[in-house]
Design a protein around this ligand. Structure first.
Ligand code: KG4
Ligand code: ZN
Length: 348
């Protein structure tokens, strides 16, 4: 049995989890900073790091006590080391180093993007699928993994828990970033994804024909779509606040934007699955909480005759369950770090 404490602080959620054997969640907590950032319309890195600093140790204590374990029961400490906001990553990493020094526990550095993929394999919504590393039912055949969040929109040919080969990515904005920017254009709160998702449910997705970017291969582009929404909402003279928005139906704009974003994501995921002869699809990251994307990917997976790994909406956004889960695999492979480890804002 392996018991791992996971720590996640790469962006605006401070999260801690205790996971047994890479799959069984004993406790997990997430302290969201949304209330702090909402008045700025986005994440302010310095505010985020300071908030992680305040939240992290009480959260570790609470999570350990909820799991009914103490530090001495653990086998390893896992921490998100890359990619993310450097100040935020450093708070989690420094705290983990302190705990490692005090306890003598080994430290497992985790890649946040890889953790999102592993997280989807831990407890997929379709509950009859083989979980964790068992998802690779046919060795040698990859999974097609779409990681779609505020910081990333990437496609991977995933060959193992920690062997993910990038085959496509956004050449400009991430999809979650586009959701957040479109929300700001429409005068809605940060983070925009959940708000647009909700409004879109009562809008007409064909009210506006927003562009589906023609990007070569398996890459994405979302900045043209964002600009198209800006023009539709405020008119071509977008530098000044136009009274136009007052006369428009926000629900229709939200639904039409969402239809274009989901089309782009789903089409490239399908193309990727075919190109790499995938044995299953994975959709993960904060935007994987989106109801339209979930429905569409479920339909596409059925049409392809492939299993679909989708995390529950609560575990699609940032959490430490995925960090502690993936760390179990890395720990088993001996992928440990010493106290000289540094955080890295960009994954290599
Ligand atoms: O994975 P995540 O929590 O953080 C990053 O690693 O970026 O993703 C956050 C992103 C935000 O851009 C947020 O607007 C988006 O995920 N998001 C959604 C939904 N819930 C969160 N986007 C669309 N629909 C949602 N329901
Ligand atoms: Zn994330």
């Amino acid at each position: 049995m392996t018991l791992i404490l996971g720590i996640e602080s790469s962006c605006d959620e401070t999260a801690v989890a205790v996971v047994r054997d890479g799959l069984e969640v004993l406790a997990h907590t997430v302290a969201s900073q949304i209330d702090l950032h909402v008045r700025f319309g986005g994440v302010i890195p310095e505010v985020a790091s300071r908030s992680h600093l305040e939240a992290l140790f009480p959260l570790i204590e609470d999570t350990l006590s909820e799991a009914g374990v103490c530090l001495a029961d653990l086998d390893a400490l896992a921490v998100t080391q890359t990619p993310g906001l450097i100040g935020c990553l450093l708070v989690g990493l420094s705290a983990t180093k302190g705990l490692a020094l005090a306890t003598g526990l080994p430290m497992v550095p985790v890649n946040h993007v890889h953790a999102h993929i592993y997280g989807a394999l831990m407890a997929p919504t379709q509950s009859d699928l083989p979980t964790g590393p068992q998802a690779w039912v046919e060795p040698g055949r990859p999974l097609a993994a779409l990681v779609v969040s505020g910081g990333h929109t990437s496609l991977y040919a995933s060959h193992a828990s920690a062997d993910h080969r990038l085959v496509g990515r956004s050449i400009d904005d991430a999809a979650g970033e586009a959701y957040d920017k479109v929300a700001a254009i429409l005068g809605l709160d940060y983070p925009g994804g959940p708000v647009i998702d909700r409004l879109a449910a009562s809008g007409n997705p064909t009210a506006y024909t927003f562009p589906r970017a023609k990007v070569a291969g398996l890459d994405f582009s979302f900045s043209g779509l964002k600009t198209a929404v800006l023009y539709a909402a405020r008119g071509p003279n977008s530098n000044r606040r136009s009274p136009l928005l007052a006369n428009l139906c926000i629900e229709d704009l939200a639904a039409s934007f969402q239809a274009a974003a989901v089309d782009a994501l789903a089409e490239k995921l399908v193309r990727c699955a075919q190109a790499i002869d995938a044995q299953a699809l994975v959709v993960c990251g904060g935007v994987a909480a989106n109801s339209a994307l979930r429905e569409r990917c479920t339909r596409e997976a059925a049409a392809l005759g492939l299993p679909l790994y989708l995390p529950t909406p609560a575990l699609a956004t940032d959490n430490a369950v995925m960090v502690a889960g993936l760390a179990q695999q890395l720990f088993a492979q001996g992928q440990l770090a010493d106290l000289s480890l540094d955080a890295s804002p960009r994954a290599d």
